[in-house]
Design a protein around this ligand. Structure first.
Ligand code: PHE
Length: 392
């Protein structure tokens, strides 16, 4: 903007002294201060600018006194007086602010040619960096465990207490570990892109080597049995991925804890006893469990474990109405499990005639939702501190 234009503002006479007229006039004046300030780069310019606005003789604010306050009719004087006072404070503040911004700008090579007073001006104000011990301290809140991690650790520690050790596996898996070695037949729908997120450009590889994001923690079963001879008792916590649209109960990323116990003479009642104990430890000793027939390619027989509804104590009704949490059934489905299918042992060189075992897998978010009464799985992933703080 050319200079003439920048300082072309002059204080107008006011036709009326109503609120809206004053609002407009004040806004215009402040905008002019702002616009003119943009062209300042040196102290001398700033001084001229300051005098133009604040000079007692004929500065623009002095003119405001004459043209607005003195000219105002008696009945408007009070209001106009107040407004003009406010305006003066603002302009004063703004002009001082502009000075400090000019001063704090990084110095350039021009520094050398400056007079003593120029240099004085570009020093920071003497006390701007002094320590003011009367100011309140800066609070640095402590971080806390995320509710999903907290729940996952809690589940893991229940099984560690039973003598299980912890195994982990990669999140980017091969088709072999995620499906084939777990006895998924070649055209099983779970291998479809509907559920599984495949890594791109893998077509040149043999199918079993193609990479994908693991859809469950069960491949860790295979990896663990591949490197350890029986007996084996492991839990495998970790992140899994499915091609699901996010909603209140689905998330494309979630967590599971897998369990596997292989030894001689492991029976379905060991599985039942173990999971019944784990559910009572996680949800309280009054919780009952029920094993419902189900299907997984890598376990036979397979079951879904249900726990008695923790909201209505298994009654199906609460406060005189059907319980919404268990859809009035009194049971909540929580995890999948079963006896390891003998076919799986053939992939890991275990002798299916000598060993037997069970496996289970549970969704961590689902358990956290029940334990803490969370209404929407998305809250775990939104990073809202107000939500997360509640678990600290
Ligand atoms: N992997 C199964 C799932 O994600 C759960 C499961 C694990 C079932 C172990 C049986 C045994 O649905």
């Amino acid at each position: 903007m050319p200079k003439e234009k920048a300082s072309s503002y002059s204080v107008p006479k006011l036709g009326t002294f109503t609120g809206p007229t004053l609002d407009k006039a004040v806004a215009k004046l402040l905008a002019a201060v702002d616009a003119e300030s943009k062209h300042l780069s040196q102290e001398r310019e700033w001084k001229d600018f300051r005098d133009r606005w604040l000079s007692r003789n004929n500065g623009l604010l002095a003119q405001v006194n004459e043209l607005w306050l003195k000219a105002a009719p008696k009945e408007s004087k009070r209001e106009v007086g107040q407004r003009v006072n406010e305006l003066k404070k603002k302009v004063d503040y703004q002009i001082e602010d502009i000075r400090s911004r000019l001063v704090s700008r990084p110095s350039t090579g021009e520094e050398a040619g400056k007079s003593e007073s120029d240099r004085e001006m570009s020093k920071p104000a003497p006390d701007s960096r002094a320590l003011d011990i009367t100011l309140p301290g800066i609070e640095r809140p402590l971080g806390a465990e995320h509710p999903v991690i907290k729940t996952m650790n809690e589940i893991v520690s229940v099984f560690r207490g039973l003598g299980y050790s912890v195994e982990e596996g990669p999140e980017i898996e091969t088709d072999y570990y995620n499906f084939e070695a777990l006895n998924f037949p070649p055209n099983h729908p779970a291998r479809d892109t509907q559920d599984t997120l495949f890594i791109a450009d893998q077509d040149h590889k043999p199918p079993r080597e193609r990479l994908l994001l693991r859809t469950h923690t069960s491949p860790v079963q295979i990896r663990a049995m591949g490197k350890t001879k029986p007996p084996l008792r492991i839990v495998c916590p970790g992140k899994v991925h499915r091609n699901d649209a996010p909603d209140a109960t689905h998330s494309p990323i979630f967590h599971q804890v897998e369990g596997l116990a292989v030894d001689t003479n492991i029976t379905f009642s060991d599985l039942k006893g173990t999971l019944d104990y784990a559910m009572k430890t996680l949800f309280g000793s009054s919780v009952k469990t029920r094993f419902y027939p189900s299907f997984f390619p890598f376990t036979e027989p397979s079951a879904d474990v249900q726990i008695s509804c923790i909201f209505c104590n298994g009654a199906g009704r609460r406060d005189g109405a059907a319980c919404r949490n268990c859809k009035a059934s009194g049971w909540i489905e929580l995890l999948g499990c079963g006896m390891v299918d003998p076919n799986v042992y053939s992939f890991v060189d275990y002798d299916a005639t000598k060993v037997s075992g069970f496996a289970f897998g549970m969704g961590v978010e689902r358990i956290a939702i029940l334990k803490y009464g969370v209404g929407d799985i998305q809250m775990f992933f939104q990073g809202d501190v107000r939500f997360l703080q509640q678990f600290a």
